[in-house]
Ligand binder design. Structure first.
Ligand SMILES: *Cc1c(COP(=O)(O)O)cnc(C)c1O
Length: 394
């Protein structure tokens, strides 16, 4: 049977693989050889699920949004990852990876972060597990996501502002990889999305797959069937989307619609819509669609949302896009802002700017009245209040 899951070589169609410098080869190879055995072990599953339940607060609610359903002419359910401890889906993955790091005998944690949600999640699990933690963050993001920077520091992490490039997520990732190259033996790099060399995309997708596992159970309870007609999510590197679709990826009854960051529009230079306008290239250890010029130089991305401001998308979604399994639409800054205010006023939920890129897909869709739609709200909007208030209209 045709599958959209990873193959034995770490590829999704023509995307993925592990393109790492010689110095990291052994470290990545060790991880590749051990991650499945550890993750699938009873001991790991017991510890991981216990923490997801008692510490993160899972299962996260599947909320039937009545007013929004009426407006968009469908049955709209919101998968509430914004209700998780630390405010986004990132914590599911961070908990899994730190357990893995401990089982592999690592003693130091590094991470990259854009909006700061992954940095906060990583700093949180490092406090929990008593591990030293350094978080790389672009200086632009340090300035625009201040509350999360303060949280990381309070949690005991060292936040390292990165001054290269346009000082956002790509630059933070470069710096984290540089650090990893200097300390491959003792350091575990907790990557925050379905990006990076194999096995990271598959590992992160598995650690986020709890989202779709719960959707199945919750839909069964509320709708009497396990599958929706549509799954919708925003997409930066692809982890909340990967978790949302994981258990449905080969079930073609379920349509997948994803929103990537259009910025000012894909016909402008100010965009981060790498699936719509990128071309295949190698970035941060894997073959993906990248925004690049003819010489293979990365084009600096732009999005109002720090968590989506990245010039590539993970290999899982590159393959879903190229094969047509997923529809990926660009969502511009103004559309995302409008969607954020709409959810706030219609349902009393202030979403993260990233999640607003999923919500802004709704006006672009034509649903049938009995279509069951599950849309993942990847995080809450506290960190984005400053941006929202700047654009606030009554
Ligand atoms: C990081 C983040 C994203 C984007 O990352 P994905 O890996 O694509 O999920 C989306 N929403 C929130 C709230 C985030 O923190």
């Amino acid at each position: 049977m045709k599958s959209y899951n990873v193959d034995e070589n770490g590829y999704y169609g023509e995307f993925g693989g592990a393109y790492v410098p010689e110095i990291l080869y052994k470290t990545v190879e060790d991880l590749k050889n051990q991650y499945l055995t550890i993750i699938e072990s009873e001991e790991f599953q017991q510890e991981y699920n216990q923490l997801l339940k008692d510490y993160v607060g899972r299962p996260s609610a599947l909320y039937y949004a009545k007013r929004m359903s009426e407006k968009y002419g469908c049955k709209l359910y919101l998968k509430r990852e914004d209700l998780n401890h630390t405010g986004a889906h990132k914590i599911n993955n961070a908990i899994g990876q730190i357990l893995l790091a401990k089982k592999m005998g690592k003693t130091r944690i590094i991470a990259e972060t854009g909006a700061g949600q992954h940095g906060v999640a990583t700093a949180t699990v490092c406090a929990l597990m008593d591990m030293p933690c350094r978080v790389y963050m672009g200086a632009t993001d340090v300035a625009r996501q201040r509350p999360n920077v303060e949280r990381m520091k309070m949690l005991g992490a060292e936040v390292f502002p990165v001054q290269s490039g346009n000082k956002t997520l790509k630059d933070a990732t470069n710096e984290a990889i540089r650090d990893w190259c200097c300390h491959p033996a003792d350091t575990f790099y907790i990557i925050g999305s379905t990006v990076g060399p194999h096995p990271y995309p598959d590992m992160v997708a598995r650690l986020q797959s709890v989202i779709s596992k719960e959707i199945k159970e919750q839909l069964m309870e509320q709708e009497g069937r396990e599958y929706p007609d549509y799954l919708m999510a925003c997409i930066g590197g692809g982890s909340n989307a990967a978790g949302t679709i994981y258990h449905y990826i080969d079930d073609e009854r379920v349509k997948i619609v994803l929103g990537e960051a259009g910025g000012y529009g894909i016909d402008t230079a100010e965009t981060a819509a790498s699936l719509n306008i990128g071309t295949p290239g190698i970035l941060h250890g894997s073959r993906i669609k990248v925004m690049q010029d003819e010489d293979g130089q990365i084009i600096e991305p732009y999005s109002i949302s720090a968590g989506l401001d990245y010039p590539g998308t993970g290999p899982i979604h590159c393959n879903l896009y190229e094969t047509g399994r997923a529809t990926v639409l660009p969502v511009n800054d103004d559309e995302a802002l409008k969607a954020a205010f709409e959810l706030t006023r219609m349902e009393g939920i202030i979403p993260a700017l990233e999640s607003s890129h999923a919500l802004a897909l709704l006006p672009k869709m034509k649903f049938k009245a009995d279509d069951v739609v599950v849309l993942t709200v990847s995080g809450r909007g506290d960190k984005d209040m400053e941006t929202y208030l700047k654009h606030f209209q009554k």
